[in-house]
Each structure stands twice: as C-alpha cells, then as structure tokens.
Design a protein around this ligand. Structure first.
Ligand code: ADP
Length: 267
C-alpha cells in the first residue's frame, strides 16, 4: 500500500494529513507554525509517519499547500490552498450533501469559496488585510480576557439576551474596546458573544460577495468554536456543516490531490 501526505503550512498552524491509495484518511497531526516552517513541517511529518507505524519510504507523494508551501522544498507538488480546501471539503462532507460554499477562517485570513455542482471552484473572496474576522482576532480577545481560545465557545452560550455590540474591526482597537466593556461591568460571556457576532457579520459580508447559497461548509481552526458557528448560523440564516476535524480539511484535500497526481504520473 502506498501513502500520500498533504502538508498545509498555515500562518498559525501546520496541518499534515496522510491518506492511503484509496484516499482514506489514515491520520493527521497539527503543530504550531512558529518561525521555522520547514523544520516544524518536517518534524510534524516524521512524527505522524512514526505514529502510523509507517516508514518515510511508504510516502509515495507529498503535496504542500498553504501560506508557507513554497518553503517545503521536498514536496512533489505545490498547490493553492483554495483548490486543496475545495477538494478536502467535498471528501469530508460526503454525508452532508452537496457543498456550495466554503467558509474558511484561518489564523490571519478568512475566505468564502463558491463551488459548482462538480466541486470546482467558481469564485472566491478573501480578507487578508487585517485581523478582523480571523483567528488572530479571537486569539487577541482570548488573551485580553485571560481565557484559552478553545474555551470561547463555552462562554458564548452563557450569555443571555441581545448580544453586546463590539464594533471595532481592528484587533488593536478591539483590545481597548474590550477594556472599556469590562470597565462598564459587562460580563466576559457577553463580550465573547459580542465578538463572535462581530466576526460573524464580517464573514456573512464575505459570503455575500460570492453569493449566499444552501450547503455551507465551515472549516479552519475557528470552526472548532461552537459559539462562532452559532453566531454565523444566526447571521446567515441557515445551518452550516462543520466537519469533525475542521482544521485539517485543506491538508486532507492536498493529500487526495497527491493520489491523483501520482496515478497520473505513473500510469
Ligand atoms: P492557518 O491555516 O492560517 O494557520 P488555522 O486554520 O490553523 O489557521 O486556524 C488557526 C486559528 O484557529 C487560531 O488562531 C485560533 O484562533 C483558532 N483555534 C485553534 N484551535 C482552536 C480550538 N481548539 N478552539 C477554538 N479555536 C481554535
């Protein structure tokens, strides 16, 4: 059996997925990108290979994608994260039905990707100019509130009544706005909920640029935040599908593309 690795070197995290020749996901690993993308990607790949009790020689083909993909020189192929994301989403959401739109929120950018009925990318919109509507924004908020980013979702559901309005779109201004809200005795839960709705509103604007359709798939690290999922669903007015491991969709897609590229080159 041959195996195929997809390496997604994101601005915040490195995600690696390994699939077999039938495109089944065998395992994945996530680590921080840090400053040495190449070194950390290699260490993460080696660790995953050994966890799966494979050898490096079992990996027939490596596809790199994401922000730092060009730094991973050992890759057999480099592809855009939009293509890899679309391929991964389609495979991960087979039980959900047809995916028409992908919302991806990463560490430093957010995207809305529109797909045709064959899963091909027909349009996309991206925000990569500032931290608003990205994981970074959530990281800054969590730090200011002295919370771990993976607990924000719980706080979201502790709030009652209308969500607070958090109007700052810049992470730096949001920090001072949060200090002001705390000073006015607003609870941490109300602030977290307000932040989620402020991000959700920006994301819905992004989705509107490619067209709102039924069949929305949400991935990237912030999709692990159930509170943010709830805010986006309420703002967009429909249920959205979040896969079990939303952070690895793009690396999974890259690994799947690796199978096709390898077969094309070797047949
Ligand atoms: P990138 O591909 O740009 O590196 P990711 O899709 O890996 O970005 O997302 C990183 C972001 O995901 C972090 O900045 C953080 O806000 C968020 N995140 C990571 N893990 C969790 C978690 N367990 N719960 C909630 N949010 C998370």
């Amino acid at each position: 059996m041959k195996y195929f690795a997809g390496i997604d070197i994101g601005s915040t995290a490195i995600k690696i997925s390994i699939v077999d020749e039938n495109k089944n996901l065998m395992g994945f690993k996530i680590s921080a990108s840090g400053s040495m993308f190449y070194k950390y990607a290699q260490e993460t790949l080696d660790a995953l290979i050994s966890e799966l009790k494979l050898n490096n020689s079992d990996i027939a083909y490596i596809v790199a994608t994401g922000y730092g993909r060009k730094l991973y020189k050992e890759a057999d192929e480099n592809i855009s994260e939009i293509t890899a994301n679309a391929t991964g989403a389609r495979a991960a959401a087979s039980e959900f039905g047809e995916i028409k739109t992908i919302i991806n929120i990463g560490g430093q950018d957010s995207k809305a990707i529109s797909l045709d009925s064959d899963g091909n990318v027909i349009n996309f919109a991206m925000n990569d100019r500032c931290a608003a509507g990205t994981g970074k924004f959530l990281d800054v908020v969590a730090l200011k509130l002295e919370l771990e980013v993976d607990t924000l979702g719980e706080y979201h559901f502790k709030t009652q009544g209308t969500p607070l309005s958090v109007s700052s779109t810049c992470a730096v201004f949001a920090e001072s706005e949060i200090i002001g809200l705390l000073g006015n005795n607003h609870s941490v839960a109300d602030i977290v909920c307000g932040v989620h709705y402020s991000i959700a509103k920006r994301i819905v604007k992004l989705v509107k640029r490619v067209g709102v359709k039924e069949g929305i798939y949400f991935d990237g690290g912030p999709a692990l935040n159930a509170g943010l999922v709830n805010a986006i669903e309420n703002e967009i007015g429909q249920k959205i599908f979040v896969p079990q491991n939303p952070q690895i969709t793009t690396s999974f897609g890259a690994a799947i593309i690796g199978v096709d590229s390898y077969n094309y080159e070797n047949n």
